[in-house]
Write a protein of this length. Structure first.
Length: 133
């Protein structure tokens, strides 16, 4: 289980450190306490909030998104990237669920996808594409 400091969690979620602390104190964000009494946030707990990054698109958040007509973009965390020959398998954790996509190895290299990155699954009909965020 990957544990993050509240300041690191704030960076991942794109919110302020005081906001993370308030979420912890109000019980909105579950934590694990260290022997010294410091809060640590499991990565799985942050996964519950990654999809909310897209609800209020401001200029900073939209800067890294490509302009795409598809609206079914599910933001999550990369669990695994396997590359073999011309193809690659990418697994995303989105709200406690896992989505797997098969894309080209070139696309993985171009996006520099690796375990722990934040990415979005773009779902269009029967196709699932990965968009680095």
């Amino acid at each position: 289980m990957d544990l993050l400091r509240p300041r690191d969690a704030a960076t991942v979620l794109g919110i302020s450190y005081p906001t993370v602390k308030q979420w912890i104190y109000k019980g909105k964000l579950r934590t694990v306490k260290t022997a010294g009494g410091h809060h640590r946030i499991p990565q799985s707990e942050l996964d519950r909030y990654l999809h909310r990054l897209r609800q209020k698109p401001g200029p900073e958040r939209r800067r890294n998104f490509r302009r795409i007509s598809g609206r079914n973009q599910l933001v999550g965390r990369v669990l695994e990237v396997r590359t073999s020959g011309l193809m690659a398998q990418v697994k995303l954790s989105i709200g406690g669920q896992t989505i797997t996509s098969i894309i080209t190895a070139d696309a993985v290299r171009e996006m520099r996808l690796k375990r722990g990155d934040t990415a979005a699954a773009l779902i269009k009909s029967t196709e699932v594409m990965i968009v680095r965020v």
